[in-house]
Design a protein around this ligand. Structure first.
Ligand code: ZN
Ligand code: ZN
Length: 82
């Protein structure tokens, strides 16, 4: 499994549909809802990136929103080699 890298910032991020790297703020979000939740305002008006108080980061520095994962869930997602 190889992670894509964003040329603009050189950060790598998990590929696939479960994670998204924002080309605006160069933060990585796990899950569509956490990505959507940081996009504020309206397109073409005052669209901007904003981390909300519902967001939290995991040990890799990726953003999530909502309930925190348990250690067991993390191990399932990412394997035990963290
Ligand atoms: Zn952003
Ligand atoms: Zn980036």
């Amino acid at each position: 499994m190889s992670n894509p890298t964003h040329p603009k910032c050189g950060k790598s991020y998990p590929g696939g549909s479960t994670a998204g790297h924002c080309s605006g703020c160069c933060e990585t979000f796990i899950g569509l809802s956490s990505f959507e939740a940081h996009r504020r305002g309206d397109h073409g008006v005052d669209r901007r990136c904003e981390i909300t108080d519902k967001h939290w980061t995991d040990a890799r520095g990726y953003w999530h929103v909502g309930a925190k994962l348990t250690e067991e869930q993390k191990a399932k997602m990412w394997g035990a080699d963290q």
